[in-house]
Each structure stands twice: as C-alpha cells, then as structure tokens.
Design a protein around this ligand. Structure first.
Ligand code: HGY
Ligand code: MN
Ligand code: MN
Length: 403
C-alpha cells in the first residue's frame, strides 16, 4: 500500500510506467527501505535495481528474487510490486532471524516489464540475461518520442545516489513471486500456486500507410484510407485466430490513428499485436500468418509488419517446483500447480539460471486493471514459502561452471 502511493490513480490503481518520475520515486523508496536493513543498493545501465544481502561466501553467485515496480497505465497495486516486496520481506525475515546462508541474496526490480510506455516489455531482464542487446533496447521510443536512452539518462540523475554495477553476471537461482492474474487459486481457495511454466508470446507493431485527404471532397475510389484497411486487418486476424477452445490469445491493445481528426481520412494507423499460445509450434505457425493476412486486405494502402518479440513457451525445472510444493506442505500451506498465462521476467532468467515462480490469488483474476486486489493472508503465505525457498537455495553448494 505504501508503494501504491507512487503513481496512485483516482480509481485506486497505479500508473507507474517504466522510467517515469513515479517509477523513480518508487525505486528511491525501495532503496531507503533497503538501507534501513543494511542492504547495499546498486543498479545497472539498463535500469534494473538490486538490493544485496551478503552471504558467508562473498564469491558465491547470488540468489536473485524480485519482479517489477513499473505498471500498466491503468495498473493494479499488486502486479509486479508484490514480487519485489515479497522478496524484500523474505530478506528482512532472514536478517531478523539471523539465518545463515552462503550465497548472497539480491532483491531485484527489473526495468520495464510491462512494455506499455516502451515496447516490447521485459527490457531489463532480457538485456540482463543477454536475450536482447542494449543497443536495440535503448533506441526504442515512447509515444512522445522519448527514447529509452533519454529516460535512462533521467534515471541516472534521479538515482544518482545508487552506485552502478556491471550489466548481467552469474545467478545461482531466481525465484519470482507474483499474483496469479487468473481466477484459479481464489476459486479453489488455495493460497499458493506452484507455477509449471509460462505460455509463449509474440508481439508485433503493424503500420498501415495510406494518404490523408478531405472527408468531404475526396472520392472513395481515390482514397487510401488507413483506418478502413487497419480495421479490416484486425477483423481478419481475429477471425483467423478464433479457436473454439479459447486457448489462443490474440490482443490488439493499442490502435493509433493519424492525424486522428474527424474530417480527415486517416493517413496512417499503427496498431499492436500480442499473440499467445501454450504450444510453441502453434504460436510460430500463427505468427507467420500475420503478415499475409494483413497484406490480403491492405487495399490501396501499404502495410509494414514488425515483430517486436518472440518467446516460446517454457517449463520451469520440476526439481524447483517440487521444492516449492514441499516447503508449502511443511508450512501447512495448501498449494496447487498451475501454468502462467501472463508473461514474467522469470521468462528471461530461466535460460541462464534455475528459475521458479510462486503465485498467490488475486480477486477474480482481475489485473491490468485498477480494481486488482489480493488478500494480505495470501500475500504473506506466498512470502513465507518464498523465504524458505530462498534460504534453501542460498545454502546450496556453488554450481560447478560446467552445469
Ligand atoms: O503482458 C504480460 O503478460 C505481463 O503481465 N506484462
Ligand atoms: Mn507482472
Ligand atoms: Mn503486468
């Protein structure tokens, strides 16, 4: 709730978009909370923020745990921030109980998980893990034309008191706690979800280029109406990706018309595509259909389809999932295995370190919505399981380089 003050909206949600002033004050608050615990804060060039609790072996690779502080424009008070604060609370409990551990433990807040101001999302974790380059990331611009590079320069000023660290680095293991963003755990009355994996997600930007003209004088047969073409594309894609089992998730969340004036035939439309499916082969096949389908209905307009991200489905290691389940059992906390339909930064840590996710219920699965809500008891249950898992992982022997 204290974090929800930063970017708070009148409807009770948050608008704390990546590298915004609200994001910086939230990060600064987390640094202050960390300093009160004696945690050393650091940040990397791509805007990720870390709070470090040393272990007995300073050379051991850290166990990382966290999520993101940035939100959607009409976001909720739990998406992302719960994972950062559950990790913070777990570390606080470890300090207060004086629990010894070999590996350092680092609380992390990844830069721009949501991908709303700057697309695609998960920029901080993807660059940290080497899945995307710094160059391709910092050149992305927001709707106002501000680049990630410009915004990171503002971050350098706002977060000047936090020392810079090298990009990337070894990770012993990564655990992310997050609200489920679905209805299952609440419906089943179960406080902790053992996440089996994350479904694949491909994102695109489609630019439809026509010609602005006068709404009263330009002949229909002469028009290059980008809006008519773009809406035909959206409808054709929706029809193509409509499946009776409702497994394919096709979303056009952003649709921008230029010049967006009532008496001007649209000269240009830019729209987003977010396409997801648990089966990577199906997802790739559907992804390949997007450009041909847009071309088939482009009419007199030009169309440019740009793929922004393409992530296959992933399964988290069963060994880690088993450990979450047995810790919950030991703590007498009911748990349930379930997949994640939403994307998370764990997607990019998974290829470079054993990674796992712990879900907690959110009311009716409402999320990416200011009405998002969760119960303190469930949030605490998730943090308790997380704390025990972090202690276990932080007491493992160092993984041999070969592994
Ligand atoms: O889009 C996602 O799945 C994430 O919540 N940003
Ligand atoms: Mn999230
Ligand atoms: Mn989200």
């Amino acid at each position: 709730m204290a974090m929800a003050r930063f970017g708070a909206t009148a409807a009770g949600g948050v608008n704390r978009q990546a590298l915004s002033a609200e994001d910086f004050v939230a990060q600064a608050e987390l640094v202050r909370w960390g300093e009160a615990l004696g945690l050393a804060a650091s940040r990397d060039r791509i805007g990720n923020l870390f709070l470090r609790l040393p272990g007995t072996d300073p050379d051991a690779a850290p166990v990382l745990s966290g999520s993101h502080l940035d939100s959607q424009p009409t976001g909720g008070r739990f998406d992302g921030v719960y994972g950062v604060l559950a990790a913070f609370e777990a570390v606080q409990a470890i300090i207060e109980r004086g629990v010894a551990h070999r590996h350092p433990i680092e609380v992390v807040a990844w830069m721009n998980e949501e991908g709303s101001r700057f697309a695609p999302g998960m920029m901080g974790s993807a660059v940290f893990a080497g899945a995307r380059t710094e160059e391709e990331t910092v050149s992305v611009r927001d709707a106002a034309g501000v680049s990630v590079a410009d915004a990171l320069a503002q971050c350098d000023i706002a977060m000047a008191q936090v020392p810079l660290r090298a990009l990337g680095g070894p990770v012993h293991a990564y655990v992310e706690a997050h609200i489920e963003q679905g209805p299952v755990l609440e419906r089943e009355g179960i406080p902790v979800g053992v996440v089996s994996g994350i479904q694949g997600k491909h994102t695109f930007r489609v630019e439809v280029l026509g010609e602005p003209s006068h709404a009263g004088t330009s002949e229909r047969r002469e028009r290059k109406d980008a809006l008519i073409a773009a809406t035909a594309m959206v409808q054709a894609l929706a029809a193509e990706f409509h499946d009776a089992e409702d497994i394919t998730k096709f979303t056009v969340g952003r649709f921008e018309v230029f010049p967006n004036a009532p008496s001007v035939v649209a000269g240009k439309v830019v729209f987003s595509i977010d396409l997801r499916h648990p089966r990577s082969d199906r997802l790739r096949a559907m992804s390949a259909r997007i450009e041909p389908i847009c071309r088939a209905v482009q009419g007199p307009c030009e169309v440019v389809v740009t793929r922004l991200s393409a992530a296959d489905s992933l399964e988290f290691p069963t060994a880690l999932r088993d450990r979450i389940r047995s810790i919950a059992g030991r703590l007498d906390i009911p748990s349930l295995d379930l997949p994640s339909a939403a994307g998370h930064d764990a997607r990019y840590l998974h290829p470079i370190a054993p990674s796992a996710m712990i879900f907690v219920p959110c009311h009716l699965g409402i999320t990416h919505n200011e009405a998002e809500s969760a119960e303190p008891g469930d949030l605490a249950a998730g943090a308790r399981v997380l704390a025990d898992l972090l202690v276990e992982l932080a007491n493992e022997p160092a993984r041999k380089e070969s592994e």
